[in-house]
Design a protein around this ligand. Structure first.
Ligand code: MOS
Length: 703
């Protein structure tokens, strides 16, 4: 906290002190309206009909009988829906996922593909009619089996080359005193944000207005303008409150279908996904198969590191889970080979899910490191200390900051690591075997250009307008604190308005880059405004507004290896009679830039670590090879950690301000989950003496 004196008044900095959410009261009282609840006159409701076959063609949609059902006003499908343009590259540099460009052809590329939208006066009527709609298919054989050796797998670049190789791997492995060679797998996992995807679209005086639940309204508005060949200025997307996204809330079938229906019907149309529909329409994390080969000298120094990952994508769109990515930042070796490959199957397209690449990749890499420590007879933290790289192992770039070992030191002290007996399977608490484990975490720290407007109001308060998205992270509150500090005023005098594409370009809530990118733009505008204000001078009724654009400043960032780091610790109890694994406590220590709001930041870290428990022990979407769909595509069939599964989870951080950021922020959205599952798996080994290389660590796998 900084204290300065301006104009005789004492100004205490808000950044770094705990603040409850500025919209918290609205959220808990229900005053905050989410996309699926905002009322509109003459609102119609759309309900998706999804394919029941995994591959083939829609032969016909028997819409006639359904159109005679109560309240039904339209049935959209491939034979009658408006055409959209999918031949463009979007704001995030990718072509649109055809899954979002609904009803453009009769092909069915996976189970759960949207084949129709039934629109009715009420959502109950729409649902009843959707369930009654008969669709005839021409079925073709499908392949949804994610096998170890798939002949059609191919390397796919994504934010970096698919394959990075230096040194002679085989000869370094042959010359190594100790070798770990193991395969790890992670299952298909789903985001399941608490608030399902929902959008309402309407035409208003020649403008398309969409109220949505998303991670960036500029992104969604831009895609809708492209898809429907509209002037971007004639599309407005709003998304004020969002009940979780985790990577799944981009441009999806519901917004596009709602716009189509609103266009055809000339009335507002709302489309809400059901929880079950989200399993095929909202994206997910691909399963991974990862092979790790580590070779070290007797002292634990790496001579060889190979990390090869295979994930899957759909037949209609390319997406790759870059699980071999973290090895490029974490550890160096004389021979360093990493490869991300993908195979196309008859499944929905996967997407970003919290810490894409890093979450499953760190499970394999950090588990293998634990195995290497065991074989070398070294403490796992000491092994990591001996392999700290001076430069980015693949990039060769200097680190903008790398406080990994400081995280381990602080974590070890607080966790009581020094007293740990390294032998596995020797601690008991009644029927429970006890163990502890640790793992490293990292996640890229980036910034992207954004714009902001800050207004000094005539009443002495300030209004910030920025097209940020608060998907539950506390970003809006963080920006309030950042603006208050830059304006040298109290947070209570600042109101931050977000989630409106009319506020101009700003980055999405994604890549752990949202708050950092927006804070940069808010700071730039606020500082300039403060300079312009003359103390004591009256402010005109319309206020004084300053706009910022950080395109140049962000573009001028020097090329460095920019990451956040962390150390995860877990203690588990394993019942060898039932196979039950219980996490007893977790501790995460992070070096993740300046922490703007300790209250919500802790929530972010603990949320990620809790998800790590879920990933380690519970989550697994199981595909039925016969139908190509899921078993139990809901929260009864897809297990997530419940309250009783989550013990004391503690998160804290060390001083680690980013020297190149005006506020010192790095971004904390994703690193909390990274390494968490490995720390738990390593603790299960320490408890039982058995390595678990396949997630989740279910009771039947423990037995
Ligand atoms: Mo995140 S997976 O970039 O929303």
């Amino acid at each position: 906290m900084t204290t300065t004196t301006t104009g005789g008044a004492t100004f205490k900095g808000a950044v770094g002190s705990a603040h409850t959410r500025v919209e918290g009261r609205d959220k808990v009282t229900g005053a905050a309206r989410y996309a699926g609840e905002i009322p509109f006159a003459r609102l119609a409701h759309g309900w998706f009909v999804l394919s029941t076959v995994a591959r083939g063609r829609v032969r016909s949609v028997e819409d006639g009988p359904v159109l005679g059902m109560p309240g039904v006003v339209a049935v959209l499908h491939h034979a009658n829906a408006p055409r959209v343009d999918t031949d463009y590259v979007g704001l995030l540099g990718t072509a649109p996922d055809p899954t979002a460009a609904v009803f453009q052809h009769d092909r069915v590329p996976h189970a759960g593909w949207p084949v129709a939208l039934v629109v009715a006066d009420t959502s109950e009527q729409a649902r009843e009619a959707a369930e009654a709609l008969v669709v005839h298919y021409e079925q073709e054989p499908h392949d949804v089996t994610f096998a170890a050796e798939h002949p059609d797998a191919y390397p796919l670049d994504s934010h970096g080359p698919a394959v990075a190789e230096k040194g002679d791997l085989e000869s370094e492995l042959a010359a190594s005193a100790v070798v770990v060679d193991a395969e790890y797998t992670t299952p298909e996992e789903h985001h399941n944000p608490m608030e399902p995807h929902a959008a309402t679209a309407r035409w208003d005086g020649g403008r398309l207005e969409v109220v949505d639940s998303n991670q960036g309204t500029m992104w969604v508005a831009g895609e809708l303008a492209n898809l429907f060949s509209l002037d971007p200025a004639s599309v407005r997307v709003r998304s004020e409150h969002v009940g979780g996204g985790f990577g799944s809330k981009g441009v999806r079938a519901h917004q596009v279908a709602a716009v189509m229906a609103a266009t055809v019907l000339r009335r507002p149309v709302r489309v809400v996904m059901t929880r079950r529909q989200m399993f095929s329409l909202a994206g997910y994390r691909s399963p991974t198969r990862q092979r790790l080969r580590l070779g070290a000298d007797a002292g634990g120094r790496l001579r060889a590191l190979e990390h090869r990952s295979l994930s899957l994508t759909s037949t209609v769109h390319e997406f790759i889970e870059t699980a071999a990515g973290p090895a490029r930042t974490m550890y160096d070796a004389d021979a360093h080979h990493t490869a991300n490959r993908v195979v196309r199957l008859d499944v929905p397209t996967p997407t970003w899910m919290r810490a894409p690449g890093e979450a499953p990749g760190s499970f394999a890499l950090e588990s293998a490191f634990d195995e290497l420590a065991e074989r070398c007879g070294l403490d796992p933290i000491e092994l990591r200390a001996r392999n700290e790289p001076a430069l980015g192992p693949v990039s060769g770039l200097p680190f903008s900051g790398r406080n990994l070992l400081a995280c381990f030191r602080e974590g070890a002290r607080r966790f009581g690591w020094a007293d740990r007996d390294p032998r596995p399977g020797v601690r008991r608490d009644g029927r429970w075997l006890l163990g502890t484990g640790t793992a490293a975490a990292s996640f890229p720290a980036g910034a992207a250009p954004s714009t902001a407007a800050v207004t000094a109001e005539a009443d002495g308060t300030f209004t910030v307008r920025i097209n940020a998205a608060d998907i539950g992270t506390g970003a809006r509150t963080a920006l309030t604190l950042v603006a208050a500090d830059a304006l040298e005023t109290a947070p209570e005098r600042v109101r931050v308005r977000i989630g409106d594409s009319d506020f101009g370009p700003a980055f999405i809530a994604g890549g752990s880059m949202g708050t950092r990118s927006w804070a940069w733009a808010v700071t730039a505008a606020a500082e300039e405004l403060l300079e312009r204000l003359t103390p004591g001078a009256a402010i005109p009724p319309e206020g004084i507004t300053v706009r910022s654009d950080t395109t140049e400043a962000v573009g001028a960032l020097a090329r460095k290896e920019r990451h956040s780091f962390g150390a995860q610790f877990a203690e588990v109890a394993v019942d060898p009679a039932t196979g039950e694994v219980r996490v007893r406590r977790m501790l995460g220590i992070f070096a993740a830039g300046r922490i703007v709001n300790p209250l919500t930041a802790r929530g972010q870290f603990v949320g990620g670590m809790t998800w790590g428990i879920s990933m380690a022990l519970h989550e697994e979407a199981v595909r039925d090879h016969a139908t190509g769909g899921h078993y139990g595509a809901d929260l009864a069939g897809y297990h997530v950690a419940a309250h009783a599964d989550v013990p004391s989870v503690e998160a804290d951080w060390i001083e680690d301000p980013d020297p190149d950021d005006p506020v010192g922020i790095k971004g904390i959205g994703e690193i909390g989950i990274v390494g968490a599952a490995a720390a738990i798996a390593n603790a299960v080994w320490h408890a039982t003496g058995v390595r678990h290389r396949h997630l989740p660590i279910r009771p039947d796998r423990v037995l």
